[in-house]
Design a protein. Sequence first.
Lengths: 311, 381
Amino acid sequence: MSFPLSDIITGILSTTLTLSPFYIFAGMGEIVSEQAGVANMGLEGIMLMSLMSTFVVDYMTGNPWIALLAAMGVAAVIGAFFAFTAIRLRVDQIASGLAIYLIGLGLSFVIFNTVYPSGLTPNYIPIQPLVTNWNTIPYVGPIFLKQDVITYTSLVLVVVTAFFLTRTSLGLRVRAVGENPKAADNMGVNVNKVRFLATLFAALTFGVAGFYFAGHFVPGFQTDVIAGRGFIVLAMVYFANWKPYRALFAALSFNLVYAMQNEYVSLSGFGVASVSTLFNMLPYVFLLALIPVFGRKARAPKFLLKPYRKG
Amino acid sequence: MRRHYSDGALRWRHADRKHGSSVQLSTSSSVKGACDTQGLRWLRTTAYNVLAIGLGILAGLLVVVYAGGNLGVALSSLFLNPITLSGGVQQIFVRFILFYTMGLGVGLALKAGLWNIGAQGQLLIGMVMVFVVYTFLAFLPWPVLYVAMILGAALGGLLWIAVPTILRVRFGANEIVVTILLNVVAINFAFYMLSGPIKSSGTALGFPHSVELPALFQIPNIVSGVPITYAVPATIALGVILYLVVERTPFRVKADTVGESHETAKYAGISIPRVMTITMLAAGALAGLAGATYLMGYRYELDIGSFSTNYGLVAIICALVGRKHMLGIGFASFFFAYMTIGAESMALSANVTTYVVFAMEGIMMLGILLGNYLTERKFAV
């Protein structure tokens, strides 16, 4: 059996673009939130809850759009709660984020297990691609047209986020409260309100990311199904130096490395995951290797992780 | 609310002055606090902690009752099963050793303001190293190999955390991000080792696993028949030694100062890289060591069942609940060991997934953090 090179390349690029929106959505949210001074370490917990809601609502209604709304709603509730503890009560953000992660990790499966005790579920109904006959167009079809509307939205979101943070007055306020909340306060900015909004926006993007995870990453819900991919977003934001376009680059290149090793492993047929697991490490090692290159110049928002008390 | 600009400028200077003096204030207030309000403060903290733990347990009970479980059975499983059930006591001490050894490391790094989220990864590498040493240094005579396996595990954890340490100290890279990344790498690496170099050639059935350690390489029980190994007193001794070395020497002040403010530490002439390196490396070595005591004292073989646990996170909770105090972490670890066994048994009694325990732990952690906030607010000057 031979594999034409063009097919392999198309496959790799297609996988890259299919997997990236998860990281892009969550990355944009985390960037805005961290620029405002609030790091949400509980993002994977929020994603797990959204993913669980996605599956449950999709199974029950058969409509992925209602599932998306449910995912975003659940994420917003948890995000608002996290924002309340981190901003209003000034609880340590890392510790409360980890607590939110643990709650999400446990609760998501407990709820899923209560709704579907036998584990038997209907089929997941995904969002259909915009172009249904994408298969007829070579190259462009499988790479670009196969994707659903969330993928395109994620690319638009990068542009919007970059524009928002640098060109709009609310965006400048977001950066101001993360960089120097005292000065922002003196300028008349309601620091904690801006922070709350930024954190809420982040939670909504985590909700979309959790929704997107269904169908594109896994066919059904299991325990700990996101398996640390949510935390990877934190690393990407860090390497991106809190800049949207660089985060897009980080997400695409991470997934490109992932797709390449994935394709290589499946083509070479290592059999039972022995050497293949070494290749599975590659995307993460790739990110690690970026640290001395990009991480050196990384400069976090000055008041990241630091709660603000008025007066 | 908008303020006039010139007023704002004035406030700025005022705020600056306040900020500058806050360093001195905090040191003097802690001395004053030691005299009068310390007891009351401790009482309040304890009360809030108990309340938080109660909330977590309540949440677990709610889930169990909702799933149709019997409340009486749930309560007795939660509180009594850990000691009455066969193997319960052993489980408590196995978890206690894990949580305490890893929690000591996490707490030590936290003192210097560093978050070791990667204790789980270091634990895994420690476990892998036990079998790497056992397999590849098998020519060593018994007592030497025995010690080498334990030290190898600690060394593995140390080397694993050396990466974030170097990146942090040399490049200023965020240790949270790097330790998280290395957790994923550790799982893949351990899986590779397990399916190749340290794989048992015996049974090919099912998932890959290592050979089982022969009795000679197991940590023996203190009293035969009672499943409490020598690892228990050894771990407690380790905690006491660390307490003496860390809490009772100037090192505590150094670490605390680095954790509090790098500016102050620099001003006080404390070598920040040195403190960071020592605490981080010790944290990794301790987490690796936990892997050795877990495998050699309880599990005896490595399989993928050990991979997807979340002991590293529980160790972080123990370190926080124990308020980063080397002995306090011990009490917190024992409590969480008991609680997790009880909660798992409770979940099983009502046919609920044991994942409910994670939710309970999260609620407890959040409650304890909120309790700290309420205490601080009450005693804030």
